[in-house]
Design a binder for this molecule. Structure first.
Ligand code: FES
Length: 56
């Protein structure tokens, strides 16, 4: 599912960034570009990061 339409970032991209070493929302944002334009996706992106990190 697309989380960020501006940057074309999916929930899978966010999870992969975490599996590859990102350990915060900030790092995921830098790695994927999520929420770097309009910012509407920030809440959803943060939630996915939180859930993925807590499932590790
Ligand atoms: Fe993610 Fe616009 S939808 S920055």
């Amino acid at each position: 599912m697309y989380v960020c339409l501006c940057q074309g970032v999916t929930d899978g991209h966010i999870r992969d960034a975490i599996y590859e070493g990102c350990c915060s929302y900030r790092e995921v944002r830098v790695a994927t570009g999520v929420a770097s334009q309009c910012g509407k996706c920030a809440c959803t992106a943060k939630q996915i990061v939180r859930e993925t990190i807590s499932d590790l």
